[in-house]
Design a binder for this molecule. Structure first.
Ligand code: G6P
Length: 600
């Protein structure tokens, strides 16, 4: 998804840009680059691979080459073109006067490329971005000033773009453009920034200005001028930046992922204390719910869906956002659409919600980032309050999503009068026990680590479960493949015998997730026996020591079937984490992944 940053001020642009990019690295790490605009010299430094490679180049460069007080930077997650140096941003015009960074996708770039090539422009990369640089350059060559050139060029672009642009002839300004991709302006002391995300501004800016789609900002050291694409000036008040730099510190843990796993009991406690903080009364009459999400958020939806069906007697459908967009839906004014997105920037989910809104559905969004793009498409927003999640693999945001969905289902059940007040208070009591139960699991971390180490060298692993535990198995398998690159798949335990069992032998461990209270407990245990009979090593994650001779048991605190996914998540996260750690993987930044996926 790429991250962009820009700086103009009185101190080193290079240092500020690299600091900012460090906090944007979760958005991609295929390549990194900066452009420095110093009186009459526009210098570009790029490196394929992680940001560290770029930092090393800058470190060894003679100091006079990196002196500048204005510049732009980029961190790439490749969409168009290989992740190599050629395709790394910033991209520049042939005369070297203009440099640009881009997050998003230009949908009409092939047409633009053709048109610009006919005009004599030579392309040196496979990116969609390079077309934007040449478009602006063409405007400049036709006599337009910097600001007009940008304005004329961006009107020709289709798609999503957040841009940072510098021009050698005007080193006192930096231009930012936003359409369908996140971008904010940060205001410091005699310095201003642009960034894809607040994380890049922590410890730097004191205030922020949120740009809206279709806006261009001309940013000088002490001045910010925002206009729309037609040139009409827009007035917007800056807001205080509330987050501190400590919120993205590892706090002594080896990885952000481990720190974030450990934060879960505290987050759940706080969510329980605060309550839902929205009025659910107006949602009482909905009998149809569609839940739309991607990745881990989709698993949270799957785990909670049966409770909306059971407690609220709603017809519930859970769909991956990328599928929802292209399927005939019966979403209408009688439907409550719940969109779940940790980042609030996932393009698939945003497009699906836009579509749902057009069908007159009521849209409720669950997100960890109340400042994100998704909230624009929501009638109601529930925040996860999990704090910034830095590790690309989601952990604390997942359990916060589960908790919020449970709270919502309970509130709706109460409004609809389908559960008695005794039942509701019993369920609330059970929820209040969860933080302590997760703490018990975290206290057993060493045991889980020892089990995990035994399974680090297997090439593949199957996860099995039934009913309410199946989404836990799916999430456990997703965590394992994301951070260890072990091929892990989750199967409904009863389906094992209908195909996947052919895969089982002594090289294919099976991780089974069980809850003693579930009516399917005994059946799932039989499936574990079937796996054992095929010589597959079997690891049981359960809140009861099972009968039978299994290879490893991770004993979980006893839990009711409904809320067991919360405790199961913590144990499965640790299991995946310690396998990946044993393999020496780059846990917080797994290959090919990005935390915030802003393309469809
Ligand atoms: C990406 C991330 C996943 C995440 C998914 C949905 O694929 O790598 O970890 O679960 O996006 O993200 P969201 O921010 O919408 O919850």
């Amino acid at each position: 998804m790429c991250g962009i940053i820009g700086y103009i001020g009185e101190s080193s642009a290079a240092e500020n840009l690299l600091d900012g990019l460090k906090n944007l690295e979760y958005r991609g790490y295929d390549s990194a680059g900066i452009a420095l605009n110093d009186n009459n010299r526009l210098k570009i430094f790029k490196a394929a691979g992680k940001l560290n490679n770029l930092c090393q180049i800058i470190r060894t460069e003679p100091r006079e080459n990196t002196v500048a007080e204005c510049g732009i930077g980029h961190i790439r997650w490749a969409t168009h073109g290989l992740p190599n140096l050629e395709n790394a941003h910033p991209h520049r015009s042939a005369d070297g006067n203009l440099a640009l960074v881009h997050n998003g996708i230009i949908e009409n770039y092939l047409e633009l490329r053709k048109e610009l090539s006919a005009d004599g422009y030579h392309f040196t990369s496979q990116t969609d971005t390079e077309a934007i640089v040449h478009l602006i350059d063409r405007e400049l060559k036709n006599g337009a000033g910097f600001e007009d050139a940008v304005q004329n060029a961006v009107r020709l672009l289709d798609g999503a773009f957040a841009l940072g642009i510098v021009y050698r002839q005007e080193p006192d300004k930096l231009i930012a453009v936003k359409k369908n991709a996140p971008l904010i302006i940060g205001i410091g002391q005699h310095e201003n920034f642009i960034a894809s995300d607040i994380a890049a501004l922590l410890g730097k800016a004191e205030k922020i200005v949120r740009m809206e789609d279709g806006e261009i900002a001309v940013i000088r050291r002490g001045e910010i001028k925002i206009t729309d694409f037609a040139g009409k000036q827009v007035m917007r008040q800056p807001e205080l930046l509330q987050l501190s730099a400590e919120s993205i510190d590892k706090g002594g843990y080896k990885h952000f992922m481990l720190k974030e796993i450990h934060e879960q009991p505290g987050i759940i406690r706080a969510l329980l204390a605060d309550g839902l903080q929205i009025d659910t009364g107006s949602l009482r009459d909905f009998n149809r719910i569609e839940i739309i999400a991607c990745g881990t958020s989709l698993h949270a939806a799957l785990a909670a869906a049966p409770l909306f069906e059971d407690w609220c007697r709603c017809e519930v459908s859970v769909q991956p956002a990328s599928e929802y967009i292209y399927k005939k839906q019966r979403t209408g004014a009688d439907t409550l659409v719940i969109g779940i997105s940790q980042s609030g920037e996932t393009a698939d989910t945003i497009t699906a919600l836009k579509q749902a809104q057009k069908s007159n559905a009521q849209v409720l969004v669950l997100t960890n980032r109340p400042d994100s793009s998704i909230v624009r498409y929501a009638d109601k927003v529930i925040t996860l309050q999990a704090g910034i999640e830095v590790s690309v693999a989601a952990t604390k945001s997942y359990t916060a999503q589960l908790l919020r969905l449970y709270q919502l289902a309970l509130a709706l059940a109460k409004d609809k009068n389908f559960l008695s007040s005794e039942e509701i208070s019993g369920l609330h009591n059970a929820l209040r026990q969860i933080p302590v139960k997760i703490e018990e699991i975290l206290a057993e971390e060493e045991k889980i680590k020892n089990v995990a180490k035994k399974y680090a060298r297997f090439p593949a692993m199957a996860y099995i479960a039934r009913g309410q535990q199946l989404p836990s198995a799916m999430e456990g398998a997703l965590k394992l493949k994301e951070i260890s690159y072990i091929n892990a798949c989750a199967y409904a335990a009863g389906e094992l015998k209908h195909g996947p069992i052919a895969l089982l032998d002594a090289n294919m461990p099976v991780a089974a997730v069980l809850c003693r209270q579930a009516p399917t407990y005994a059946k799932t245990l039989s499936n574990c026996e079937e796996a054992k009979a095929r010589k597959a090593p079997v690891i049981i994650f359960s809140d009861q020591i099972p009968q039978g001779n299994f290879d490893d048991i991770v004993l979980l605190p006893q839990n009711c079937e409904e809320f067991a996914p919360l405790t199961e998540a913590a144990a499965l996260q640790l299991f995946a984490y310690f396998i990946a750690d044993e393999l020496g993987r780059e846990i917080d930044q797994p290959r090919n992944l990005a935390k915030s996926v802003t393309v469809e």
